[in-house]
Design a protein around this ligand. Structure first.
Ligand code: FES
Length: 113
């Protein structure tokens, strides 16, 4: 299980560094099969980008993308939940135990899809 005590910390390889509102309740979710920390009230985009530098890869160029508008308008932050549902990461709140897939690896068993 991810450490709630470290939920406010950002990964050394993250795009975002959390500098405010660090007192919100911690939660954990699964990012490409790995349990990681976030805080209640984080968007999925914030939760992902405090762990890594990209939210997905472009289906056209294959280049990493990290969102653009952050307000649900540009379509640059689509990710999938484990059940296959597409969500806009910048306008969806992360939930405890949520499984988010940014690549083709299963959230549950780490197998390639
Ligand atoms: S970052 Fe633009 S829609 Fe999410």
């Amino acid at each position: 299980m991810a450490s709630p005590a470290l939920a406010h910390m950002s990964s050394p390889n993250s795009q975002l560094l959390r500098v405010a509102e660090t007192g919100r309740a911690p939660l954990s979710f699964f990012l490409d099969g790995v349990e990681v920390d976030a805080l209640t009230g984080d968007t999925v985009l914030t939760a992902i980008l405090t762990q890594q530098r990209h939210v997905r890869h472009s289906e056209f160029s294959g280049e990493p993308r990290a969102g653009f508008c952050m307000i649900g308008a540009c379509q640059d932050c689509w990710v999938r939940c484990e059940d296959g549902a597409r969500i806009r990461a910048c306008s969806t709140l992360v939930r405890q135990g949520m499984c988010v897939v940014t690549n083709r690896v299963s959230c549950v068993d780490g197998s390639a899809r």
